[in-house]
Design a protein around this ligand. Structure first.
Ligand code: HPA
Length: 238
């Protein structure tokens, strides 16, 4: 740990304020919801820019939850600081995605084994080829076991971490030709930071909208129910 970097430019928490595992939704309101619904003794450890970070107990186990904000630059900053300056070992992103697979419907879950991207986050590493941002196998395996136990509908596969939500080229479905399951905006940067720091990461997404079945798109209230299931999976494996 590099204590000299604490507090960081974006996190005001003190050394030891975060648990080894941090659950990361994109939205700060979801972070607060998770802390208040599932954690006992939850304490606010960060609120810089309204990025609520909480640490508490889930079934007696110490766990933190903090928002990532939207997009790879934002996820890149928070996951970098947690892994490299706060001694966090694992980050589990819990988010929503748009499905581009015929086999997935609204409220189904994707366990993101790998994250393709149209962004250039990994270019900073100056590798002599194309890096493959990948989840931690142990976390993937645990998430699969938990989905089976809870009898949830899920698929394991790749997602696209897109730098654009409103994409002028309308190219998201091109990725379906490569068997990519869904589109979100953060996993690739998270997986890059985990790899570079020698830490562990996983992204689990609930399908909030489908490029294939647009009539199934969920309202924010409907999403909350499905989101709750995904939270339970993340907290159980934390
Ligand atoms: N694109 C990117 N991110 C998303 C989407 C999408 O269609 N749906 C939910 N998150």
């Amino acid at each position: 740990m590099s204590e000299n970097n604490i507090p960081t430019p974006h996190i005001s928490a003190k050394r030891g304020d975060f648990a080894q595992t941090v659950i990361m939704p994109g939205d700060p309101q979801r972070s607060e919801f998770i802390a208040k619904t599932y954690l006992t003794d939850a304490k606010l450890v960060n609120n810089v820019r309204g990025i609520g970070g909480y640490t508490g107990l889930y079934k007696g186990k110490r766990v933190s939850v903090m928002a990532s904000g939207m997009g790879q630059p934002s996820m890149g900053i928070y996951s970098y600081e947690l892994f490299n300056f706060y001694d966090v070992d694992s980050i589990i992103r819990v988010g929503t995605c748009g499905s581009i697979s015929k086999d997935l419907h609204a409220r189904d879950m994707i366990i993101a084994l790998g994250a393709c991207t149209n962004g250039n986050y990994a270019s900073q590493y100056r590798l002599p080829g194309t890096f493959c941002p990948t989840a931690d196998f142990d976390l993937v395996q645990k998430a699969v076991c938990e989905c089976e136990r809870l009898k949830l509908r899920y698929k394991v596969g790749t997602v696209l971490s897109s730098d654009t939500f409103y994409d002028d080229s309308g190219s998201a479905l091109e990725w379906a030709k490569m068997n990519v399951l869904g589109v979100e905006m953060e996993a690739a940067a998270l997986y890059c930071n985990a790899a570079r720091a020698g830490k562990r990461a996983l992204c689990i997404c609930t399908v909030s909208d489908s490029f294939i079945y647009p009539e199934e798109n969920t309202t924010s209230e409907e999403r909350l129910g499905a989101f709750t299931k995904m939270m339970e999976v993340a907290l159980e494996i934390a």
